[in-house]
Design a protein around this ligand. Structure first.
Ligand SMILES: NC(=O)c1ccc[n+]([C@@H]2O[C@H](COP(=O)([O-])OP(=O)(O)OC[C@H]3O[C@@H](n4cnc5c(N)ncnc54)[C@H](O)[C@@H]3O)[C@@H](O)[C@H]2O)c1
Length: 364
């Protein structure tokens, strides 16, 4: 397995490994048994992942003699809420899970965020491990310690920073992932290509077909690069006060689009539309070149992601949603814009007229 170390400055106890491999889940069990000892392992997963992998992973842990229990919740973003937290915690209390336990999030970003959140508050915090099973979770949400649940008022409004003890990325899980979910992850990978550097962007351009076909070596290299990039940003800015905000590229408009569509547009599709919008704004406000704009749009197209929004979604609705974004400060909405590919920056002074003009342009 490839190992990427995430070092949190002066907080050695908070540093951890991101291990990446293919068909490595047996090995993962051994590493956990050896390096992450606990009186009780609580494997928490959603109903889909449980059906596909719950029994297998539970079996691996139990065969190693580890005291392990599987807890399942209903799959989907609608489960990422305080009711599910209370239900899972209730089951843990009944099982007598104490502070010597380790929680294990097996699943996509929903399982990761939910389990991370429970771990951050259960008996004033217990350790947890991430075993991400979606591409999105493998390259993004499992790394960096952001945990949260949603409230009726909005996404991720109740949460904490709580770093996992380890992240184990097994690419074999992706073989059962539906295409739409795979594409959600691709959108985040394109985002890294745009904000990291031209070389990685070019790799994505050149290897697009192999990535789409899930060529094992190519996908593995792309996932590893993505994990390295994300961990580098988290190392510099764990608490999202500065540079980590560039990871929000495409997400400001993306989140507004997602919400305005009543979550019928998937996160990845919304981010792709948001990235296309951010590129337009960058052209209007900071001279982002037409050549690079066309390359970004082409890459979004090649990966089968959308750049346009349905005419049925009102511009006013998007603007209202932007104003409600939790990442805004005061009245300012933070947009991540580009000077060039690999040169993102946060701009909180985008005039409303430019926002409206851009939204109109991305409607078809
Ligand atoms: N913490 C962070 O830094 C961070 C970053 C980005 C996104 N997120 C959060 O992540 C969540 C989205 O994550 P997601 O896109 O992984 O969604 P998800 O967890 O809902 O998974 C998507 C779907 O794929 C299914 N699934 C998971 N693994 C599978 C597999 N191997 N085979 C078949 N089906 C599988 C799930 O059951 C679910 O139906 C959002 O709640 C978002 O807010 C968090």
């Amino acid at each position: 397995m490839k190992k990427v170390k995430l070092n949190l400055n002066k907080k050695i106890s908070l540093s951890y490994d991101i291990c990446i491999g293919y068909n490595v889940i047996d090995q993962v069990g051994l590493i956990i048994a050896e390096n992450h000892k606990a009186s009780h392992y609580v494997l928490i997963t959603d109903s889909n992942v449980s059906r596909l992998y719950g029994g297998v992973v539970l079996g691996i842990f139990q065969n190693l003699g580890l005291n392990t229990t599987l807890i399942e919740f209903q799959a989907g973003e609608t489960s990422k809420n305080i009711q599910t937290v209370l239900s899972v915690v209730g089951q843990m209390l009944k099982l007598g899970v104490d502070r010597d336990a380790i929680l294990i999030a097996l699943g996509g970003g929903v399982a990761g965020d939910l389990v991370g959140f429970i771990a951050s508050v259960y008996m004033r915090s217990v350790p947890y491990i991430q075993i991400p099973t979606t591409l999105m979770a493998q390259v993004d949400s499992s790394i960096g310690g952001k945990t949260a649940v949603d409230l009726p008022d909005g996404k991720n409004l109740l949460g904490a920073f709580h770093q996992p003890k380890a992240v184990f990325v097994d690419l074999k899980f992706l073989e059962t992932l539906p295409n739409t979910e795979f594409n959600n992850g691709l959108a985040e990978i394109i985002k890294y290509g745009i904000i990291d550097n031209l070389k990685f962007f070019e790799t994505l351009e050149q290897k697009a077909d192999a990535i789409k076909k899930q060529d094992r070596d190519v996908l593995s290299a792309v996932v590893e690069h993505s994990c390295r990039f994300k961990k580098k940003i988290v190392e510099i800015d764990e608490k999202d006060r500065g540079i980590r905000r560039i990871l929000n590229f495409g997400h400001t408009v993306g989140h507004a689009v997602e919400a305005a569509s009543g979550y019928t547009i998937s996160h990845g599709n919304a981010v792709a539309i948001g990235m296309a919008a951010a590129v337009r704004m960058s052209g209007k406000l900071c001279g982002f070149s037409i050549g690079e704009r066309e390359r970004i749009w082409r890459l979004i197209d090649v990966f089968g992601l959308p750049r346009y929004l349905s005419l049925t979604i009102r511009t006013d609705e998007i603007v209202e949603r932007l104003k409600m974004d939790k990442k805004k400060e005061g009245d300012k909405i933070n947009f991540v814009l580009l000077k060039r590919i690999g040169m993102p920056f946060v701009n909180s002074e985008v005039p409303e007229a430019i926002i409206r003009e851009t939204i109109e342009e991305i409607k078809r």
